[in-house]
Ligand binder design. Structure first.
Ligand code: ADP
Length: 490
């Protein structure tokens, strides 16, 4: 057997898992370390901006002082509001390193001027040591963001000029400190190294556990499949585990069952064929030898036996050929319009000898002439097989009825006998090749065991409906139905 040098499910799953963990960790690294500073600053800027907006909306509010105090606390900003004349109208000083509350009034008026020049809004950033400023206009930085410097405190002064209800101008001034994130980044970096190691070990463990759980039943099923391939049809495939695997298991169990049925049938078939062929051959050889060696045995009766047995053999072989031709699809149907009623009548004529000499009663009940579009020779074969079976298996009264009924656009033929009937459990199998209810071969009921398989194949080729109704002890009704055609002579 071929052995595959492919990566097993275990390692492949592990690979995917490690890849997944690596992606998550890289994202964490990027967000927590590289982008943390940028995130923190943009959040700070946004909070300063929204605080300024809230104040400007409420600039005429009587309760401005308490609002300013509240905003200052929640956003961690220092706030002062000046009139255009430089008078301090409201203020909240909550940060220890606030720069606006200690600012001389000249600076305040300078800032006022610059804010006006800048269109009423201005942002100024500087480090405590007095680094260069970065201009901020309508929400966007112009110029370079200074590189983060450990231990250096960055401060923002945001100013906005608004007009109050009485027409006078006010300047809202906010100040906040951006503490450097470098220390935090460093801490996170160390933590992330630990997390990476722990996650890698964990992912390795989990990947192994999961892959083992998936791979184990597959390995088991594979072993059973090898058994099956060696011809052990009694093998059982585990149906436990994940849904897909359990489905695979049950499909394989079904396949194993089917294979064993086919194998049993094959064995039975060989046994049947050899039995069926051997019996007449032994008889022919036996009678032949007797006639050659024993004087007086060369009688017409013995010759007749040899002829009968030879005929039986030839019927058996032609049945086998018929069936294999039908089942291989060779010899397509030669459909033509013909009178089915007439076909039944002509077949029944062949039984005249049985009726006259052996006391059989074969009745034909019909209600008109039915035409069908079908292969006449093959349909005659169906009728012949069904009537033959009925004659062979009918009861003591030796009566058989063939009924033809036209209704609903169909002609239905029923072949009715009064025999022992067929056990309900056997019914589905009687159409199988070489299936005989009575496994012991009775010479009286000569049959190849192929008759009903031929019937079934022909009717299925015609797309006809067919079936059997039978009660044990009460006889059987074999039937089929074909669509009726118009009478060509009308
Ligand atoms: P066979 O040549 O043995 O009759 P068939 O294929 O025609 O083979 O029939 C298969 C089996 O079905 C028969 O062996 C018999 O046991 C059963 N069977 C067929 N027709 C009848 C019937 N009319 N009554 C009872 N049993 C029947």
């Amino acid at each position: 057997m071929k052995s595959f040098n492919k990566v097993g499910i275990k390692w492949r799953l592990f690979g995917y898992f490690v890849f997944f963990v690596a992606v998550i960790l890289s994202l964490l690294w990027i967000f927590q370390t590289v982008l943390l500073d940028r995130f923190y600053k943009s959040i700070k800027f946004r909070s300063v901006e929204t605080s300024a907006q809230a104040i400007s909306r409420n600039i005429d509010n009587e309760d401005l002082d308490s609002l300013v105090a509240r905003i200052a606390q929640s956003s961690e900003v220092c706030i002062s509001i000046y009139s255009s004349g430089g008078e301090l109208l409201s203020s909240a000083d909550i940060l220890p390193d606030c720069v606006i509350h200690k600012m001389p009034s000249e600076n305040i008026s300078r800032i006022y001027e610059r804010t006006k020049e800048n269109g009423g809004e201005r942002i100024e950033r500087f480090s405590r040591e007095g680094f260069r400023n970065d201009r901020y206009n309508s929400g966007k930085f112009i110029g370079r963001v200074p590189p983060p410097d450990i231990g250096m405190l960055e401060s923002i002064i945001y100013t906005r000029i608004v007009t109050a209800a009485d027409g006078s101008e006010r300047m809202i001034m906010l100040n906040t400190t951006i503490s450097p994130v470098s220390a935090t980044v460093e801490t996170l970096r160390i933590q992330l190294i630990y997390i990476t190691v722990i996650l890698l070990i964990l992912s390795l463990l989990i990947a192994f556990l999961i892959s083992k759980r998936i791979a184990k039943p597959i390995i088991k099923i594979n072993a059973s499949a090898k058994e099956l391939a060696r011809g052990n049809y009694a093998v059982y495939f585990d149906e436990k585990g994940y849904r897909e695997i359990s489905e695979l298991g049950s499909t394989l169990n079904f396949a194993a069952h089917e294979l064993s049925t086919v194998e049993n049938l094959r064995r039975e078939l060989i046994a049947n064929i050899s039995h069926d062929l051997r019996t007449p051959l032994t008889l022919i050889a036996g009678y032949g030898e007797a006639m050659r060696d024993i004087p007086g045995e060369n009688t017409p009766e013995n010759v007749q036996i040899i002829i009968d047995e030879a005929n039986h053999l030839s019927a058996l072989v032609s049945d086998m050929l018929d069936l294999s031709k039908l089942q291989s699809g060779a010899g397509a149907l030669k459909k033509e319009r013909f009178c089915l009623t007439e076909s039944v009548r002509s077949i029944l004529k062949r039984y005249q000898k049985l009726i006259d000499q052996e006391g059989y009663s074969i009745r034909f009940i019909n209600d008109g002439e039915a035409f069908v579009l079908a292969d006449e020779i093959k349909i005659s074969q169906v009728l012949y097989n069904l009537i033959n079976n009925a004659v062979n298996y009918t009861g003591e009264d030796k009566s058989v009825i063939v009924r033809e009924e036209i209704s609903g656009g169909f002609v239905r033929i029923e072949v009715i006998d009064t025999g022992d009937g067929i056990d309900e459990k056997q019914l589905p199998y009687i159409w199988d090749r070489y299936y005989k209810v009575d496994k012991i071969h009775k010479r009286a009921a000569v049959g190849s065991g192929l008759g009903l398989s031929i019937v079934k194949s022909i009717l299925e080729l015609h797309g006809a409906k067919y079936g059997v109704l039978s009660t044990k002890g009460q006889g059987s009704v074999f039937w089929f139905a074909l669509p009726v055609e118009e009478d060509p002579e009308i």
